[in-house]
Design a protein around this ligand. Structure first.
Ligand code: TXA
Ligand code: MG
Length: 318
């Protein structure tokens, strides 16, 4: 029997309302993916441009055919390997998926989320859930219910609290062009793990005003309002800005000069999975300290370090 909170969320979703739900990556703003009314509300809440499509969340790979068609064999292999989990597949859409969900594209992004609350919601519903990250467009993604409440109190009635998200950064996105898998967004499923199935993945390179394949690729994204710089050499960059109110975002403990006002250490042991999990909460905290500058340390370019660096680069883009 679902809890009262989940029952209330189910009723709201059936009524075309929007609900914040936890996933294993970040919190999402969920609505009935088949309802233009609900999807329109998601765009309005997020202040998100309509060209930027939403990910459709389904309860299991078994339901994939209901939202996508002409699915490449390798996509099925990826779904079998990584779902439920942080991998989004961009596939040819079924006709009944509203254009509003897909930003007018003939493709749809789809995944099975790996969080018990998200799965429980989906189990109780007879439609899939469109859900972008639960943050206003362009700002830092939420990894706790409190982050969501800070953004949307007053405009969003139901926020399901599922604790801190396990993975901490968004799903990895893979699309298919002429049957060939292409990496559209780095995320919580490691590229090297996907490549065990696909072979070496091509990556969509992009610059800001070029036509955007996955708008999570917009170079400015995931951004704190505080100016952020990304560096290989924290020690010398800190010295350059010693007259400023500085916050530091670092992987593991180091000795820092006393004029540094705020320090966020992502993992005591330098573990990159743990660092990913802590990344956005650390960025939220630093962003609330009235700093002149956040100096972020580049992660080692392996495993989850690649996805963390990608998010930090976007946070640091002017
Ligand atoms: O981990 C996640 O993926 C989270 C949780 C809530 O599931 N969701 C998320 O959604 O990050 P959002 O809207 O913040 O980012 C979705 C990304 C966007 O960059 C969007 O452009 C891309 O997915 N996307 C969705 N559908 C697409 C499509 N048909 N073609 C290309 N990119 C697509
Ligand atoms: Mg987002």
């Amino acid at each position: 029997m679902p809890s009262n909170a989940i029952q209330a969320a189910v009723a709201a979703l059936q009524n075309n309302e929007i609900v914040a739900m936890p996933t294993e990556t970040v919190y999402g703003l969920a609505g009935n993916a088949y309802s233009e009314v609900a999807v329109q509300k998601i765009f309005a809440l997020k202040n998100r441009p309509h060209y930027n499509p939403l990910i459709v969340h389904i309860k299991s790979a078994h339901y994939l055919q209901q939202v996508a068609k002409n699915i490449p064999v390798v996509a099925i292999q990826l779904a079998d390997a990584f779902w439920p989990g942080p991998l989004t597949l961009v596939l040819e859409k079924q006709d009944h998926i509203p254009d509003l969900v897909t930003g007018g594209k003939n493709t749809v992004g789809v995944r099975v989320p790996g969080h018990p609350i998200a799965l429980e919601l989906l189990e109780a519903l007879d439609f899939p859930l469109a859900a972008p990250s639960a943050n206003p467009f362009g700002s830092i993604s939420p990894t706790t219910a409190k982050h969501v409440a800070d953004y949307f109190t007053g405009t969003l009635d139901i926020i399901l609290d599922g604790g801190s998200c396990d993975k901490g950064i968004e799903s990895t996105i893979v699309g298919f062009e002429n049957g060939e898998p292409i990496l559209y967004r780095q995320g919580s499923t490691k590229t090297e793990d996907i490549e065990k199935i696909t072979g070496v993945l091509k990556m969509r390179v992009h610059a800001n005003n070029e036509s955007v394949v996955a708008p999570g690729m917009l170079s400015k994204h995931y951004a704190p309002s505080t100016t952020t710089i990304l560096t290989d050499d924290i020690t010398s960059d800190i010295q350059k800005y010693s007259d400023k109110r500085i916050g530091v975002l670092q992987l593991s403990p180091t000795t820092l000069p006393s004029f540094v006002i705020a320090v966020e250490t992502l993992s005591q042991t330098g573990n990159l999975e743990e660092a990913a999990k802590n990344l956005y909460a650390a960025m939220h905290r630093l962003d609330h300290q009235n700093l002149d500058l956040i100096i972020a340390q580049k992660m080692p370019a392996v495993g989850m370090g690649l996805a963390i660096n990608d998010k930090l680069e976007r946070a640091a883009t002017k």
